[in-house]
Ligand binder design. Structure first.
Ligand code: BGC
Length: 350
């Protein structure tokens, strides 16, 4: 195990972005950038032992600042995904968040993702990023401290521990927005990847992809990933919830949620043999296959371009808009009590 530090580059305002690379005993590695405490690269072996980068991203840090490029690998907070009408009521008070998507809020307006985090500590196999979010930032209550620790194991597991401490009760829903492509072909979309999600239900949405509060059954629909099959099998199916997001852009409700760590999804690329299990203590996962990324984008890492359906994001989270929908499972932040959540991406070959 080793960790090295380098300069990634400069943001548009001149801020220097640093990159920390952790390499394990097998030569697998993760590169983590201070911008958005994000995953910039993740190199994992294929079935022949050849390393390949399994996350999309950019060579130039300034490309990560463009929200149209989809928050590649960045941490999203304070509240991931959508908030209806850019407002919510919490403990009897109304709060207003940025309406960065017309009437509503996406990814809390983006500030969490588009600033550089401090590096609080590093170890041989881990790094902890820290960010302070003052009371009222993006409209959210409380002076909030957040830590994100990434740990890479010799078993090719990337573990993300989120820790939050706030001086008042507040709401929080952090996630990581990495897009995975486990294959070795820079031109292939993620449609050929096989996927399993342990969810019988998904959150139904309206035309703006905002949850209606109802849960839909995946059974006998194109939404069903309770058995492993190719993402592309039904991605263009004439099913409302899929059309809205130009392919999958849906929150799945994890079966038997009880706050314990569970394997909730598996992504597999047959050609490379790379397989990824997603393990989390959260009740939801947003499957987003990059339908909003344009076909003619040219930015990326070398010939590995961030564009339409090139990657699948599996964003572990509380359901979108839970702040406005009391029947959704929630666990809000209590004043001066640590709030923790963990997600692990475990890699193997098959
Ligand atoms: C959302 C998508 C959005 C993407 C990038 C996902 O979490 O559900 O609609 O395009 O993030 O911002």
């Amino acid at each position: 195990m080793s960790i090295t530090k380098s300069v990634f580059g400069k943001l548009k305002d001149g801020t220097q972005v640093e990159l920390y690379t952790i390499t394990n005993a097998n030569g697998a590695s993760v590169a983590l950038q201070t911008l958005g405490a994000g995953i910039q690269a993740l190199n994992m072996p294929n079935k022949n032992g050849v390393m390949g980068d399994v996350v999309l991203g950019f060579d130039n840090p300034q490309d990560y600042e463009n929200p149209d490029y989809g928050y590649q690998g960045l941490v999203v907070g304070r509240w991931a995904n959508r908030i209806r009408d850019a407002k919510f009521t919490f403990n009897g008070k109304e709060y207003h968040t940025p309406n960065n998507q017309g009437q509503w809020t996406l990814h809390a307006g983006g500030r969490f993702s588009f600033t550089c985090w401090e590096v609080e500590s590093t170890g041989e196999d881990c790094i902890t990023f820290y960010r302070f979010s003052p009371d009222g930032e993006d409209g959210f209550p409380g002076n909030l401290k957040m830590w994100v620790t990434y740990t890479l194991s010799d078993d090719n597991e990337l573990r993300i521990d989120y820790r939050i401490l706030c001086d008042t009760d507040t709401v929080a829903n952090p996630t990581n927005h990495a897009y995975f492509n486990l294959g070795d072909d820079d031109n292939a979309t993620v449609e050929g990847h096989y996927l399993y999600i342990d969810a019988d239900k998904f959150t139904e949405t309206d035309d703006d992809q905002l949850p209606t509060g109802l849960l839909g059954d995946v059974k006998d629909t194109m939404m069903d990933f309770t058995f492993m099959h190719r993402i592309g099998d039904n991605i263009d199916a004439p099913f409302r919830a899929i059309i809205e997001g130009i392919g999958y852009d849906n929150n799945y409700c994890i079966n038997n949620y009880d706050g314990s760590m569970k394997t909730i999804a598996t992504l597999w690329d047959k050609a490379s043999g790379r397989k990824m299990d997603v393990i989390t203590d959260l009740p939801g996962v947003q499957l987003y296959c990059g339908g909003w990324l344009k076909k003619d984008y040219t930015a990326g890492k070398g010939s590995n371009i961030v564009k339409f359906r090139r990657g699948a994001a599996l964003e572990t989270q509380f359901y979108p808009d839970t702040v406005n929908i009391p029947q959704f499972p929630s666990r809000f932040v209590k004043a001066n009590e640590e709030f923790k959540t963990t997600t692990i991406f475990r890699f193997s070959v098959e």
